[in-house]
Design a protein around this ligand. Structure first.
Ligand code: NAD
Length: 350
């Protein structure tokens, strides 16, 4: 029988629902224990997912003291990723930590340090890496379908007015939306265009006026190979959630979100109508819909990969360093919007 990785989970709040669903569907995972400082939250999914038989801990250190747990999933609020992650690594567990890796580079560095010291592996849950349409679009780019990329843009538009987090943690000064939510769009652009080298950003605050952070941010970025890009992040906008992304290449354009992909390419036609209008073999751009899947928040794929990498001793798809680069780029956006100065990126922690 295939080996299963025995897992514990820290932080049984709202998003733990999605992680529990994913973990329970994974053939290479066996969830054995849950931990949350809040006793009510700790038990909130017991009936829904029949978890009564698992061990429950209000102090996660008691769970980490067990020898039979190999991997830990950290789903605590953004401000509380560092300590459980460091403690779990130092207790000899591999860790899958929710995005954003952390809200400060001090925290990211401490987590990377603990990974090195412990010899265990840290994965950051940038879940967009498991979205089928994003991966299909990236494959088309890598296959050269749209030629050489010159401009990339992605947006994270998500109305947060009703989701401050169980203790209001999203509505705090240190939890800037571009780090907590916009990291999905930044991570996606990094996968397509590489690590940004320069960032300039602007922000305003007109919708969620009782929140302590800017609710709209735009960042312009320079990437390697003279690619330029833009990220838009709004947490107050009145529209349905989207991560609409456009990638412009010398031979075509891709416009995609988490459920669809459209490709635009030049087409040469000899249709009589175009002949008449534009002359022989007229060139025009055609839209080519590309079939793809829809699986936002694919925790089954993410946890499955986490366990596979543990079983086969391979590198995680989104390592601690990868998570830190995305977090750092987001922090640079906040910094540039605050100071009005361009940030030249310095990846000295890699
Ligand atoms: N990948 C995604 O698309 C996505 C979507 C939603 C949330 N998230 C992330 O998931 C994480 C959790 O978000 P949420 O909405 O579930 O938050 P939440 O507030 O509903 O839950 C967090 C839980 O962590 C517990 N907790 C915090 N510190 C703890 C500690 N030291 N020991 C034990 N328990 C502790 C709290 O008691 C709470 O139950 C956040 O980092 C968030 O950004 C990711």
């Amino acid at each position: 029988m295939a080996r299963k990785v025995r897992l514990g989970m820290i932080g049984i709040g709202a998003f733990a629902n999605t992680h529990l669903k994913g973990a329970l569907q994974c053939e290479n995972a066996e969830l054995v224990a849950l931990a949350d400082a809040d006793e009510t939250r700790l038990h909130q999914y017991d009936d829904k997912y029949h978890l009564g038989h698992l061990d429950h801990y209000t102090n996660y250190h008691d769970m980490l003291a067990r020898d039979d747990i190999e991997g830990v999933i950290v789903v605590t609020n953004d401000q509380s990723h560092r300590q459980p992650t460091v403690d779990a690594l130092m207790a000899g567990k591999h860790v899958l930590c929710e995005k954003p890796m952390a809200l400060s580079m001090d925290d990211c560095r401490a987590m990377i340090e603990a990974e090195k010291k412990s010899g265990k592996k840290l994965m950051v849950g940038q879940i967009g890496r498991y979205t089928t349409s994003f991966n299909d679009a990236i494959r088309l780019i890598e296959d050269g379908e749209i030629g050489e990329i010159f401009f990339v843009e992605s947006e994270y538009a998500h109305d947060y007015s009703q989701i401050p987090g169980s203790t209001g943690w999203r509505k705090t000064p240190e939890r800037h939306a571009i780090i907590g939510g916009g990291c999905h769009a930044v991570d996606l652009l990094r996968r397509i265009a590489g690590n940004p080298t320069e960032i300039s950003a602007f922000a305003n605050h007109k919708v969620l006026t009782d929140w302590p952070v800017d609710d709209c941010t735009v960042a312009i970025m320079k990437f390697p190979n003279n690619v330029i890009g833009k990220v838009f992040c709004s947490i107050g906008c009145k529209r349905s959630y989207t991560m609409r992304t456009c990638v412009y290449g010398t031979k075509g354009t891709l416009i995609f979100n988490s459920s669809s992909i459209e490709m635009y390419k030049d087409h040469f036609t000899d249709s009589p109508l175009y002949d008449k209008l534009y002359g022989n073999k007229a060139q025009h751009t055609v839209k080519i819909p590309v079939p793809t899947g829809h699986n936002d928040h694919n925790t089954k794929g993410e946890i499955g990969d986490f366990c596979d990498s543990i079983i086969n001793d391979t590198s995680f798809p989104c390592t601690g360093i990868e998570g830190a680069v995305t977090a750092y780029a987001c922090m640079a956006i906040v910094e540039s919007a605050r100071t009005g100065e361009k940030v030249i990126m310095n990846y000295d922690f890699m």
